[in-house]
Design a protein around this ligand. Structure first.
Ligand SMILES: Nc1ncnc2c1ncn2[C@@H]1O[C@H](COP(=O)(O)OP(=O)(O)OP(=O)(O)O)[C@@H](O)[C@H]1O
Length: 674
C-alpha cells in the first residue's frame, strides 16, 4: 500500500469510490525501490505547446490537395501510412481493408500509424508528407522511451507470473479466485485473455501486448487486500499510468468485428466475453480517461456499448467518452440494481445479453420529453451522495456547505489582494485532483514552476527544501496526478485560452479548470465601461464552456477597491453583477479573523446554487506546508447564515438548518487531513 512517509496517511483514504483503485507507478513492484532520475526543471506534464489547432475540414482539404486517399471515420480520418513503405506505392496499394493505416484525429490532427506506432501532431504529419522524410522517424511514439526503460521489469514480472491453474496449491487457487471474485470465470477465459498470477505480489497480472500481439509493452497488476469486511483493489501499472495505453483485449479483436463492449476493468471484460461471446475491451485507466491515442483502435466498430460500472460516476464517464467516440455509434448501459458491473452480473447469474440489449443510445436530441428523462432523474434521486459531487478530503466545512465539487459548474472566487487566494485555491484543487478530478491550471500571474512548488509543498505537507532527499519520491507521486498546466503567462486572449481548454478536455479528460485570474484576459481597455463589458463577455464564455463540456471552472476575480476594514460581499466582485449571477458558487476569502475560530482569515460561501446553504468557516494558515486545511486538532466551527448581513465576524456563530444528517454525513470528511 502506498502510504505517505511523512504522515502515514494512506492515499487510498482520499478516494471516495466504492471500489477504491489507485495507481502506484512502479512502487510496490518487487524491484528494489524507486528509480532515481536526474534533475529535471519541468517536473510536471503540460499540454504540448503551442497546441496546434486544426479543424477536420482543414485536414480533409489538405489531404485532397495532396492527392492522399482517405476514409472519413467516426473520430479519425484513415489514410495510407507513409511510415509503412514508400509513400506513392503505399498509397496506391492502400484499400479501406488494409490491416494497417495512418489515423488522423479529426479534433486534434494528432496521427498514429498502427503498423509502426509512429505518432505526432498535425505539423509533423505535414512535414513528413512535404519533406518525404517520414520513413526516417518511425516509432517515436510518446511513452516508448518509458516502455523501453521498463521493459526488463515488465519481462521479469511476466516471466515470474503463472496461469492461475498452474499454482501448486489448490488452497492458494481457491483464495485467489475468492479474492478477485472469479468464482464464475472459467480457466479457459483466463487463459484466452492471457491473465496470470504473481504469487510474490498476490496480484493478477494483465498483459499489454502490441497491436499485433508480438511484443509485451507493459503490465497491470491488480492486488486484492482485505479491508474490514470488504476487499480493496490496488492497481499498479508498468509503465506509469500516463504512458499506460493498453486497451486490454485488443489481440482478440478480429479485423471484421463491427461491435464491441467497452468496460472499465479487465475482469469485467473477461466476464462479458465469457457470458456473451462478444468482443470486449477494457479501458486502461477505468473511468479516469479515454486517451485519444486509443481512438484509432476503435474506428473499425460501427457500434460501441459502454458498460463502465454500477454508479453515477460510471454513467457520467460513459456519456463523456461517448462524445469522443461519436455518440451516433454508442449505447450506454445505465447503472442500477438490475445492472451491476459485468463481473458482478455474471456472479449473480444475471443475463448479460439482456442487459446489453437494454443499453440506451447516446445520441443527443435537442428536444426531449420527461419520458426520456425519467430514468435519469431516478438515477439522480437514488444516488444523492454522488450527485453532490466529489467531497474534499481536507476541507470538511466546504463539504458541509457546498456538499461537493460538481461537474459543469462555475465557481467564482475572490478575496483581497495578497490574502492568499492562489495558495488556498491551489490546495482546494489539489485535494480534488488527488481524488481523480483531472485538473488544468491556468496560472497567468505566477509561473508554473512557482505554482507547482506551492502545490508540491501542500502535497508533501511540508517544506521539501529541508528534506531534498525526499524530492524524487514526492515528485514521482505528484507526477502521477492528472494535473496539467497551461503555459500562458501574463495577458492572454480569451479565445486562445478557451481553445486550449477545449483541447485539454478532449485530450486529457479534464473535469476542473482553474483560471487565476480573470483580469489577465481583459486586455488594456481604458474606459471602465469597456472593462466591464469585456469581463461580462469573458464570464459568459467560461460559463458556456463549463456547461457545454461538463467541466467545473473555478474563476479567480479580484475585488473592487473598497474600504479595507470592511468584509467583502458578493457585490464587491469586480465588474457588473454578471459574474455572481452566472456563478453556481461564490467563495470569498475574507482577510479577517472569525472571533469564534482559529486563524486570521475565513472563507465565506456566499452563493450555493446546488442547495442554497451558505456560511463561513475559519482558515488557519500553516506557513511551512502552505496549507489552510484544518489540523487534526483544529475544530472548525461553522456558522450558517442566510444573507450577507449576518456575516459580522464579531457576532457569535448561530446555526440555521444543516441538521443532524449533515453532521453525520461530514463525519468521515473530518478525519485528519494528511
Ligand atoms: N493566511 C496567510 N497568512 C500569511 N501569509 C499567507 C497567507 N496566505 C498566503 N500567504 C502568503 O502570502 C503570499 C501571497 O499569497 P497568494 O499569492 O496566495 O495571494 P493572492 O491573494 O493570490 O495574491 P494576489 O492578490 O496578488 O493574486 C504567499 O507568499 C503566501 O505564502
Amino acid at each position: 500500500m502506498w502510504i505517505s512517509p511523512q504522515s502515514g496517511y494512506p492515499l487510498r483514504a482520499l478516494l471516495t469510490l466504492r471500489w477504491p483503485i489507485m495507481w502506484m507507478g512502479c512502487r510496490g513492484l518487487p524491484r528494489g525501490g524507486p528509480p532515481r532520475r536526474p534533475y529535471r526543471k519541468e517536473v510536471l506534464p503540460t499540454p504540448e505547446t503551442p497546441v496546434v489547432l486544426v479543424t477536420a475540414a482543414e485536414i480533409r482539404q489538405y489531404l485532397r490537395a495532396r492527392g492522399i486517399p482517405f476514409q472519413d471515420g467516426y473520430s479519425c480520418l484513415r489514410t495510407p501510412s507513409p511510415f509503412l513503405g514508400p509513400w506513392g506505392a503505399e498509397a496506391e496499394n492502400w484499400t479501406e481493408g488494409s490491416p494497417h493505416s495512418l489515423f488522423i484525429d479529426k479534433t486534434t490532427g494528432h496521427f498514429l500509424c498502427t503498423g509502426t506506432l509512429a505518432e505526432g501532431n498535425w505539423e509533423d504529419f505535414q512535414a513528413s508528407v512535404e519533406g518525404g522524410a517520414a520513413g526516417s522517424w518511425v516509432s517515436e511514439g510518446k511513452g516508448s522511451e518509458t516502455v523501453d526503460s521498463h521493459s526488463n521489469d515488465v519481462l521479469r514480472i511476466w516471466d515470474r507470473a503463472v496461469p492461475l491453474t498452474e499454482l501448486p496449491d489448490q488452497e492458494e487457487i481457491h483464495v485467489a479466485r475468492t479474492m478477485f471474485n472469479l468464482a464464475k470465470v472459467s480457466d479457459a477465459t483466463l487463459k484466452l485473455f492471457n491473465v496470470r498470477y504473481l504469487r510474490a505480489a498476490r496480484s493478477l497480472v494483465f498483459p499489454w501486448f502490441s497491436p499485433g500481439g508480438l511484443s509485451l509493452r507493459g503490465l497491470k497488476l491488480l492486488k486484492a487486500e482485505g479491508q474490514g469486511e470488504g476487499v480493496c483493489y490496488v492497481e499498479t501499472t508498468l509503465p506509469r499510468p500516463s504512458a499506460y495505453h493498453n486497451l486490454f483485449g485488443l489481440p482478440l479483436i478480429n479485423l471484421r468485428d463491427v461491435e464491441v463492449v467497452l468496460t472499465s476493468r479487465e475482469l469485467d471484460s473477461l466476464a462479458l466475453h465469457q457470458a456473451t461471446g462478444l468482443p470486449t475491451l477494457a479501458l486502461p485507466r477505468g473511468l479516469t480517461c479515454l486517451p485519444p491515442t486509443l481512438l484509432p483502435y476503435l474506428e473499425q466498430f460501427r457500434r460501441i456499448v459502454l458498460w463502465l460500472g454500477d454508479d453515477l460516476r460510471a454513467w457520467e464517464a460513459a456519456k463523456l467518452f461517448a462524445r469522443k467516440l461519436n455518440p451516433k455509434r454508442c449505447s450506454l448501459v445505465r447503472p442500477g440494481d438490475q445492472h451491476p458491473r459485468p463481473l458482478e452480473a455474471l456472479t449473480q447469474g444475471l443475463n448479460l445479453q439482456r442487459i446489453l440489449r437494454s443499453a440506451l443510445p447516446a445520441g443527443h436530441k435537442s428536444i426531449v420529453s420527461f419520458r426520456q428523462l425519467r430514468e435519469e432523474v431516478l438515477g439522480e434521486l437514488s444516488n444523492v451522495e454522488q450527485v453532490a459531487g466529489v467531497r474534499w478530503g481536507r476541507f470538511p466545512d466546504l463539504n458541509r456547505l457546498l456538499k461537493g465539487h460538481r461537474k459543469g459548474e462555475l465557481t467564482v472566487f475572490t478575496g483581497p489582494t495578497g490574502s492568499g487566494k492562489t495558495t488556498f485555491i491551489s490546495e482546494y484543487a489539489l485535494d480534488l485532483c488527488t481524488q481523480g478530478v483531472n485538473t488544468l491550471w491556468g496560472s497567468f500571474e505566477i509561473s508554473n514552476v512557482r505554482l507547482a512548488r506551492i502545490m508540491l509543498t501542500q502535497f508533501a505537507m511540508g517544506r521539501l527544501e529541508e528534506r531534498l532527499e525526499e524530492y524524487d519520491e514526492w515528485a514521482d507521486r505528484f507526477e502521477d496526478l492528472a494535473l496539467y498546466f497551461m503555459t500562458f503567462h501574463g495577458q492572454q486572449n480569451i479565445r486562445t485560452v478557451v481553445d486550449t481548454m477545449h483541447h485539454a478536455v478532449y485530450v486529457y479528460d479534464i473535469c476542473h479548470v482553474i483560471i487565476d485570474n480573470l483580469q489577465f484576459m481583459m486586455g488594456h481597455e481604458q474606459l471602465s465601461s469597456d472593462r466591464i463589458a469585456a469581463q461580462d463577455y469573458i464570464v459568459g464564455a467560461f460559463r458556456k464552456f463549463a456547461t457545454d463540456n461538463s467541466c467545473h471552472v473555478t474563476l479567480v476575480i479580484h475585488p473592487r477597491k473598497e474600504d479595507s476594514d470592511k468584509e467583502l460581499q458578493t457585490a464587491s466582485i469586480f465588474g457588473s453583477a454578471k459574474a455572481s449571477q452566472e456563478a453556481d458558487n461564490v467563495l470569498i476569502l475574507q482577510d479577517k479573523k472569525l472571533v469564534t475560530g482559529p486563524g486570521k482569515r475565513y472563507l465565506q460561501v456566499a452563493k450555493n446554487r446546488f442547495d442554497g446553504d451558505v456560511g463561513v468557516f475559519p482558515l488557519e494558515f500553516n506557513k511551512s506546508s502552505l496549507t489552510f486545511s484544518p489540523s487534526a486538532k483544529g475544530k472548525a466551527r461553522l456558522k450558517k447564515v442566510k444573507d450577507d448581513n449576518e456575516l459580522d465576524p464579531k457576532k457569535p456563530p448561530s446555526r440555521k438548518g444543516g441538521g443532524a444528517s449533515g453532521k453525520q454525513k461530514d463525519k468521515a470528511a473530518q478525519t485528519p487531513p494528511p
